[in-house]
Design a protein around this ligand. Structure first.
Ligand SMILES: Nc1ncnc2c1ncn2[C@@H]1O[C@H](COP(=O)(O)OP(=O)(O)OP(=O)(O)O)[C@@H](O)[C@H]1O
Length: 751
């Protein structure tokens, strides 16, 4: 029903008018002076319409401005055009009083009357909107118990401050707002979905904030979106105690960070740090490294040479839990290098036994990074010297004073006595100087023998001895493999290069040996596309940040980096995040039924059991195959795009299997004078332009219309990687999917 026909139209319009004016009062007052509050109130509400209403008098008599934080004010300003999106009428059992609640992206209330003008979508009571049905409801949320009755659930569409539509939801109506929202065209950027969050998504957003969470979600199930909403919810819940800058979002590429950039301020989470894994590791270990471009995936697609196989194999080993064992063992061995061979002496005084030193190093300070333990022991010895300094010096003085005294007491030749006393005085001065010197140098001397190396030196050392790799892995790596791995690594080190797969072990080693500085550690980490992380990477992040507060979202069916990433969640769940809640999302919100049905067929070709993805019921055209003849395909593509544009669609992508096919497509389309952009890793996505990108870069992104192309490259059923890549491509479009190739079987179709 449009707003004009709704029986409550007048009530809702008046409410909106009131809310908008009240926001203006708050904003204006904050921008001028608090003393002006009453005057502004009169100005905003003093016109005839409002003077007649009882509400105006009430407002004025109770008017009393209260301070808002800068952030709250900013949120309120942002909310001016759309202060809320839903209304719920709820009667609590305990007092039988009906509350009329308006939910929006921020909260606003009148302090005196305690009336909530807008309730934040992240407050516990907003669960009534996301999960409650008309009728009796009862549930717990963050320790609060709700029981009562919902008599009205209403969605309110407001655009630029105007009420455009009112929709009452009851048991029988399907969620039209969701359908509308999904039917819209994409903007090339991720947006917030607060008004249409679904029950299963809401559960993840609000799942226990003190526990890690792992979400296996189908393509388009809203993983990225939900992860960002969960951050927003987290920041809201802990606004008093948690600095948003302690939150870190790890994304697969800068392209992806650009893609989510719009949703961040909308959700108030723009202060969270955003990194790629590679950027973060270099930041944390304070070293700028030369990382060789990650060509393995492409090489695996293009050729199966032994070199490529070795590279992929080495990646797998360096990311495995076996390698964690190697590093743990290695660090254990490094610690023994700090076992002193002798007790600690200052001059002739034994101040600390080596046994005690070892005990502290290994047992007492086990929780500290190795070098921090050594530093701690240094301080202990220094304080030991300081505390014994007086005694040591006093002993010297006493000894020589006694000698002198007894010489003076003796009768005898005065000349001899004099000489003896003078010698004693000299000796005393000499010994005192010795002790003074020893006091200032003994600690330094004692530690002089201990090594001081950088994390890179240690890492390179690890690969200098194949036998050690076998021992450290307790047989997990055999001697041939160890030799092969060492050879592979030395090929990198000679050129002062590292590869992405070295970063997990490096970070882990750094954390254990030196510890990541506090201001470089995150207290809460959100990882998107988590299936592409290796065991070692996740373990390293956990150890480095000293917390298990992670949100991991990913989809194993899109695990195109499985040679180095994860094949299942089990090991990660059990060994790294045992406290984690594991959840699955099977519904897809992005794609139409017709497209998803085709994509689902690919999952059946994979050797693992992936559940079929259930699309939210939204129909569209069936995917279309266009036969490629010479370069005339370019024209057909542009024609189809023109038609789509006429139908209101706005974002389009040509997705090739590899960069090679993309370059070829770029050449053809550019010649036709079309404005196209070839996307490289670090680029940002231009708005309203046709973009060409390879399949592996398209992961996580979405477009209204997608042209999957096969020019020189085809997809093969024999290769799981090909199947997964094609699956990624086919799950990118919101509305239309085209295949352009020589024959349908190039895209793994029967016909
Ligand atoms: N509850 C919802 N209401 C409206 N739109 C939604 C909802 N949930 C998801 N979407 C939309 O579905 C699309 C897919 O969401 P998103 O990109 O977060 O999914 P994903 O699981 O991360 O996908 P992928 O696996 O491809 O990375 C987005 O356009 C998002 O806005």
């Amino acid at each position: 029903m449009t707003s004009k026909q709704h029986p409550d139209l007048h009530i809702e319009e008046e409410r909106l008018d009131f809310t908008k004016r009240y926001i203006e009062v708050i904003v204006k007052t904050a921008e001028t002076s608090k003393d002006q509050f009453r005057r502004i109130m009169q100005e905003m509400f003093g016109d005839e319409d409002w003077q007649e209403s009882g509400r105006y008098t009430e407002l004025l008599t109770t008017a009393n401005f209260f301070d808002m934080s800068k952030a709250e004010l900013e949120n309120l300003k942002k909310a001016r055009g759309k202060p809320y999106f839903a209304r719920v009428d709820f009667t609590r059992d305990e007092n039988q009083q009906e509350e009329v609640l308006y939910f929006g992206k921020t909260s606003l209330y009148q302090r005196e009357s305690q009336e909530q003008i807008i309730v934040d979508w992240r407050s516990p009571i907003a669960n009534l909107y996301y999960e409650g049905r008309i009728g009796p409801v009862a549930y717990e949320a963050e320790g609060e118990h709700f029981s009562g009755n919902i008599s009205l659930k209403r969605q309110l569409m407001i655009e630029e401050g105007e009420l455009t539509e009112i929709r009452d939801i009851d048991l029988t109506t399907t969620d039209e707002l969701l359908q509308d929202s999904l039917a819209k065209s994409s903007s090339n950027r991720l947006t917030e979905i607060v008004s249409t969050i679904q029950e299963e998504q809401n559960k993840i957003i609000r799942a226990d904030l003190n526990k890690p969470i792992i979400v296996q979600g189908a393509a388009g199930s809203g993983k990225t979106t939900i992860a960002l909403h969960r951050i927003s919810y987290f920041i809201y819940q802990y606004k008093e105690t948690f600095d948003p800058r302690d939150l870190m979002i790890l994304a697969p590429s800068r392209l992806f960070i650009d893609y989510i950039s719009e949703a961040l301020p909308e959700l108030g989470v723009e202060k969270a740090k955003q990194f790629t894994f590679s950027e973060y590791v270099q930041f944390a270990i304070k070293k700028k490294l030369t990382i060789v471009p990650d060509k393995k995936l492409i090489q695996l697609l293009e050729n199966k040479s032994e070199e490529t196989q070795t590279a992929a194999w080495a990646s797998g080993i360096k990311g495995s839990s076996t390698f964690k064992k190697v590093l743990d063992y290695f660090v254990g061995e490094i610690i023994t290098r700090f076992f002193p061979s002798e007790d600690f002496y200052c001059d002739k005084y034994r101040l600390y036994s080596s046994k005690k030193f070892k005990k502290l190093l290994v047992d007492e300070y086990w929780y500290l990074p190795v070098y921090a333990r050594v530093d701690k022991l240094k301080k202990i010895l220094q304080s030991q010297v300081r505390s014994k300094k007086k005694i040591m010096l006093a002993r010297i003085t006493d000894t020589y004073d006694q000698k002198i005294q007894s010489a003076l007491d003796k009768k005898g030749n005065p000349a001899v006595r004099k000489e003896y006393v003078s010698k004693c005085l000299d000796k005393k001065a000499e010994r005192t100087a010795d002790i003074q010197k020893a006091i200032s140098t003994c600690v330094k001397q004692y530690f002089k023998h201990f090594e001081k190396k950088t994390v890179l030196e240690y890492y390179q050392e690890l690969f200098s001895n194949p036998e050690n790799l076998v021992t450290f892995s307790e047989g997990g790596i055999n001697i041939e493999e160890a030799h092969k791995l060492c050879r592979y690594q030395s090929g990198l080190f000679i050129k002062k290069n590292y590869e992405l797969e070295d970063l997990g072990p490096l970070l882990y080693l750094y954390a254990l040996l030196f510890g990541v500085e506090k201001d470089k550690r995150a207290r809460n980490i959100v990882i998107d596309e988590a299936q592409d992380y290796s065991f070692m990477q996740l373990q390293a992040l956990k150890t480095a940040s000293d917390t298990d507060m992670f949100t991991l979202v990913g989809d194993l069916a899109q695990g195109i980096y499985s040679y180095r990433g994860l094949e299942d969640w089990e090991e990660v769940h059990h060994s790294i995040f045992p406290r984690a809640t594991y959840t699955e999302l099977k519904k897809s919100y992005r794609t139409t039924v017709e497209i998803m049905n085709e994509a689902n067929k690919l999952l059946e070709l994979l050797p693992y059991r992936f559940p079929q993805v259930e699309p939210v019921v939204r129909h569209g055209d069936r995917p279309k195959f266009i036969q490629r003849i010479n370069s005339e395909w370019g024209e057909r593509l542009l024609n189809e795009m023109k038609t789509m544009k006429e139908q209101g669609l706005r974002t389009f992508a040509v997705i090739g299997k590899t960069a090679g096919d993309c370059r070829e497509a770029y050449r053809v389309l550019q010649e036709m004078d079309e404005k196209v952009t070839l996307l490289e890793e670090e680029a940002s996505i231009p708005k309203d332009q046709l973009v060409i990108l390879p399949s592996y870069l398209a992961k996580g992104l979405e477009f209204d219309g997608v042209f999957a192309i096969s020019l020189n490259e085809t997809y093969s059923k024999q290769n799981d990687l090909d199947i997964k890549l094609l699956y990624v491509v086919m799950t990118r479009p919101l509305h239309r999917l085209y295949f352009i190739g020589e024959k349908a079987s190039d895209f793994l179709f029967e016909e």
